[in-house]
Design a protein around this ligand. Structure first.
Ligand SMILES: *Cc1c(COP(=O)(O)O)cnc(C)c1O
Length: 383
């Protein structure tokens, strides 16, 4: 059996007639940028997130960057980011001219550890960007409490968590503004690049509508030095079709996650994801930890199972941040996670049989390696 990491062709096939019709409608309309499709999707997505406003932008990186610009965060400012996130979170801060200040995760949840945030705050700190990593909401109450005490903005990076809930409330409405990515592999994915910001703050909405469009809300009047980062009509039309499926597809991911959690329980050296009581994650990724990750990944690949590593090297050890003061060994939790994490196949279209197969392959690795350990133990006893 072959199990791909993610099957995007199946996602298209299951919605083909609606997606094709949406494409035809936009192509025939003659309107391609900031038209009726974008407005309609913005309204649907803000309703879904439970926020007042949604502003469609070009991608998830731009969404974070433009929120920072909207809050006038830039040169001389510091922004707290998770040490173990996708590099986009850091790059958005760098592009704004501010400095990303990494904070280690809680090793059980992979998310920003509120207990470590205060030590990273300085007089220059302006904002905290919690990332709802792998679809698991960050612990927002203590984060918001710290932010309030120090007068900081809270910007959610919700690129991996469309629809996830924290204490019953959806991500996107848990801070001052939130960034979403609709990169094709995300839980809500476009058929190309796309992103959005959601917020309850009308001033930020107005700023973002200008920032994404050359700093202009009235044609050819430019009050601020804006950017070009617009959600296009075609992607908005696709996203409206796919948004109607998001709840079903997230539900299916949850079933897959539960199947893994049950099937993989009790395997030596394999750590399963932990779900805090007050959260309802959307399982963008199903990430296990293993002390012999490289061999486990190879064993899965040898048996036709596609896996990925999110992420093999944390941002502070990337060439892009070589000038940063964070040396190897300075963020030990993130570095250890990078060495141990492995993302198993998950998505709305993986079958129960495929998940059972992945579980069996992992179990066969566990048996093989315990035999190997045993053999080693025996040979160690030889004279
Ligand atoms: C995907 C992702 C982004 C960036 O989104 P793009 O649309 O690819 O720019 C940002 N943050 C996180 C956590 C992501 O997973």
């Amino acid at each position: 059996m072959k199990v791909p990491f993610l099957n995007l062709k199946a996602a298209y096939a299951s919605l083909q007639s609606e997606l094709d019709a949406a494409a035809q409608r936009v192509m025939a309309s003659g309107s391609f940028i900031l038209g009726a499709e974008v407005s309609a999707f913005e309204e649907e997505f803000s309703d879904y997130c439970g926020t007042k406003f949604c502003i469609g932008v070009g991608n998830g990186l731009d969404a974070i960057y433009l929120i920072l610009r909207a809050f006038d965060i830039g040169p001389g400012d510091e922004v707290i980011v998770p040490a173990n996130t996708y590099i986009a979170t850091w790059l958005a801060v760098s592009y704004a001219g501010a400095t990303p200040v990494p904070v280690e995760p809680d090793v059980a949840t992979f998310n920003l550890d509120p207990a470590s945030i205060e030590a990273a705050i300085t007089p220059r700190t302006r904002a905290i960007i919690p990332v709802h990593l792998y679809g698991q909401p960050a612990d927002m109450d203590p984060i918001n409490e710290i932010a309030k005490r120090y007068g900081l903005k809270v910007i959610e990076d919700a690129a991996q968590a469309h629809g996830a809930r924290y204490k019953g409330r959806r991500v996107g409405g848990l801070g001052d503004a939130a960034a979403f990515s609709f990169y094709p592999g995300k839980n809500l994915g476009a058929l190309g690049d796309a992103g959005a910001v959601v917020t309850d703050d009308k001033q930020i909405r107005d700023r973002l509508e200008a920032l994404r469009n050359y700093g202009s809300q009235i044609k050819y009047e430019h009050e601020i030095k804006g950017f070009n980062s617009r959600l296009d009509e075609l992607q908005a039309a696709f996203l409206s079709v796919k948004l109607r499926k998001l709840e079903d597809w997230n539900q299916r991911r949850k079933e897959v996650a539960n199947q893994y959690l049950k099937g993989l329980a009790g395997i030596p050296n394999l750590k399963l994801p932990f779900v805090p009581l007050h959260t309802d994650p959307t399982w963008h990724l199903f990430v296990v930890r293993h002390s012999d990750r490289e061999r486990l990944q190879k064993h899965l690949a040898d048996h036709g199972v596609g896996t990925l590593i999110h992420y093999p090297r944390p941002p502070h050890l990337q060439g892009a941040y070589a000038e940063s003061i964070q040396a190897a060994g300075s963020l030990v939790i993130s570095e250890q996670l990078a060495a141990e994490v492995l993302s198993l196949p998950i998505g709305p279209h993986i079958s129960t049989e495929e998940v059972d197969y992945v579980i069996d392959v992992i179990k066969s690795f566990a048996t093989d390696s315990s035999k190997a350990n045993c053999a080693q133990g025996e040979s160690a006893n030889l004279p």
